[in-house]
Design a binder for this molecule. Structure first.
Ligand code: ZN
Length: 184
């Protein structure tokens, strides 16, 4: 089932999302929500989707970076972004620790700001502790593009959007990014 993705300006995107308890995580409500978020992320398509983006202020996000999304990037672009496929997974109640300075400058976009991109400085390496979709505790050590996705999605759970962190002079339509912006 596809869910409606909320665009910027809606207050749910600016709320601090609440944590889920184990009982909720295992409920059909949350299990169904995860399945619908997965469908919605694939349909968009996107590499991550946080619950506030579909109108639920909950500490829950889904992530998947498929190899097929990389076909418009050159080997050099994939290499400098350290972008590799990431299998589907769920993060719940995450805590993030930046293991390096936010000094990696690349354009990113967001399904809640369709049609735009901007340069955002992100840490190359992060450590995330969270629960998975069964409520099991896990620790993720990520680098490169996957670390960027985690930072972006966890920002959503804290009411933040990339436009809060972007280099504002780089803010661009997707069309102009493809035409002029890729080199910057
Ligand atoms: Zn986003």
């Amino acid at each position: 089932m596809l869910l409606k993705i909320i665009s910027t300006g809606h207050p749910v995107l600016r709320q601090h999302a609440r944590e889920l308890i184990l009982e909720e995580i295992r409920s059909s409500w949350i299990q169904d929500l995860i399945a619908h978020m997965r469908d919605t992320m694939h349909d968009a398509p996107g590499v991550g989707l946080a619950a506030p983006q579909i109108g639920e202020p909950l500490q829950l996000a889904v992530i998947e970076d498929k190899a097929e999304y990389h076909k418009n990037l050159t080997e050099a672009e994939l290499h400098e972004r350290e972008r590799r496929p990431v299998p589907f997974h769920v993060i719940i109640n995450p805590r993030i620790e930046l293991l390096s300075e936010p000094d990696r400058a690349f354009h990113e976009g967001c399904l809640s700001l369709p049609g735009f991109m901007a340069i955002v400085l992100r840490a190359r390496k992060v450590r995330v502790t969270c629960l998975d979709e069964r409520g099991a505790r896990k620790t993720i050590e990520a680098s490169g593009w996957y670390a960027r996705i985690l930072q972006h999605e966890i920002d959503h759970l804290n009411g933040r959007l990339y436009i809060d962190r972007m280099k504002s002079e780089s803010f661009s339509t997707l069309e102009n990014y493809q035409r002029h912006g890729k080199a910057s």
